[in-house]
Design a binder for this molecule. Sequence first.
Ligand code: SAH
Length: 346
Amino acid sequence: MKEDIKSLTLPQLSETFREMGQPAYRAKQVYEWLHGKRALSFAGMSNLPKELRGALEERFSIAALSCLRRQVSGLDGTEKLLLGLPDGQSVEAVLMRYKYGNTVCISTQVGCRMGCRFCASTLGGLVRGLTPGEMIDEVYAMERFCGEKVGGVVLMGIGEPLDNYENVLRFLTILSSAEGMNLSLRHVSLSTCGLVPEIDRLAGERLGLTLSVSLHAPDDETRKAIMPIARRYPLPELMAACRRYFERTGRRVSYEYALIAGKNDSPMQAKKLCALLAGQNCHVNLIPVNEVAERDCRRGSREAIERFQHLLVRGGLNATIRRELGSDISAACGQLRRETAAEEGM
Ligand code: SAH
């Protein structure tokens, strides 16, 4: 298959054009067509010589994701798209409407190999990582199909972003480039289940994005039972990496904690969480777990969730309960892809 030209950063495209014997300004023109004007074909790039358009056509593709399914929440207008990739695979992206603008949640891999016990995305394992071009087109596709401007991006869909590091980094470079969407990485959050070496690597890039860490447990025993990655990177190592991230970037880390009834939501566990995060400048995002058909994870009562939050706040933590969007459209990551695959007998 031809390479998706949208996967190239501007410096990479310029280098390619140099090799093709083309002047540097041509690379910039093409980049602006792709990421500024969102051109979907080379033929329409009217300020390029015909031969160059032909040469590009021969060498590259412009991957445009198709919309296989679209669900709109009747409750809050959240939209979820099942997007078709050029090789027939599919991923999900979600548009969330907030008072201050639209944020899109994108997938970074087809499937996932992290194995979290409560998550639908990992059930079929990892198929492959997404290319930078596919990730950027998730954002563009959202604007194309929903007709809305996107002002923020969260990497919290299917997949583990730090398990597809190089491609995610190129995607972020393209997303924030002045000649493209020019989206400030201050409006981007990246969520990870806790790959310690990659967290350190990311800190070194000094991108200014928000790091979200999926904690989901206050101790290793509880965490290992629901997140296999905890066996590779135990909590003391993960916490040290998070502290280093804050020291190096000045950006406070956000912790996600999905409350699962009877597994990680006891008052004792709330106290342990306070002790674990004591003194850290951070934020805890409590998520009532989304129940996944294949998973034995139940959601507790609203009172239990509020009690847990109250204990964290009393213990000195900055903790909020995530407002749920799209709860009527199975917006929990990985659910739509699985449902569709099941219906189609894939
Ligand atoms: N792999 C990354 C990002 C994708 S998942 C990560 O692990 O962070 C985005 C968030 O949704 C993570 O915090 C993940 O743990 C959480 N999540 C997955 N399945 C869930 C479910 N059924 N209910 C609530 N949160 C879930």
